[in-house]
Design a protein around this ligand. Sequence first.
Ligand code: ATP
Length: 271
Amino acid sequence: IKKTGILEFITSDLVMEDVGGLENLKRWLHKRNKSWLDSASKYGLDAPKGVLITGVPGCGKSLISKAISSMWHLPLLRFDISKIFSGIVGSSEENMREAIRTAEALAPAILWIDEIEKGFSGMSTGGDSGTSARVFGQFLTWMQEKKSAVFVIATANNIQALPPEMMRKGRFDEIFFVDLPTMRERAEILKVHMDKRLLHPDVIGTFQRDESTLEHLARMTEGFVGAEIEHLVISAMFEAYSEERSITLADFERAIENTVPLSVTQAEQIL
Ligand code: ATP
């Protein structure tokens, strides 16, 4: 399983403080801790299944998946479902069984399925003699009946591409939709990325990373996702660095003006 790349251990030093926004999901997680995974049944609760996180690309779905694993101190296994389909009759089902067996052997653990819609894309095209549908059924049955402490985090960019069965009750504990960040969330994300990088006194100079600066920049970044906010902070820093001077508010403003967020490009295409 490891050799085929179907399952891969992910190590990351990302923590919840690295995630700006995503308040609903954070609140939900806050009420649950690692021991919930192990001891839910003791209190008459169902074994935790996991969460499905959907939303626009670059808004932090992968980021929070990694942060959850560090918050709960659990190993993070990335499950690449698309690699399950080997083309040899029968072995896709065996690959799925083996992946599930491996994850359960490592429990308590997090099984992270990134872009789950891609993994089951063969189902909609119907071009694989029902193998995708059978493997998908296997996965759903496992989710439904799961008793092990394997917490599944499935992330998806395109909820429309997901088979409706996946959204039915009993599969995931909760489904979260992550939208474009609000102004307050953008300020938080700006803060995360500034604080992570603007540490050296030569870089900061007289620049004040205070509430009003964050609010001003957050106002200017409507339509930006987290990845675009991170990119603009890096661009502003690079601008100052390449001119061998400390950073100024104007560097951030210029970086914002030079960025056309993907959400705007997409909206223009629709119009
Ligand atoms: P994709 O579906 O394209 O993989 P995603 O939603 O999983 O996108 P990430 O890969 O988590 O997005 O985001 C890319 C990078 O952008 C992150 O590593 C992080 O540095 C930054 N970023 C995105 N969202 C946030 C956020 N909410 N808070 C802080 N940083 C963010």
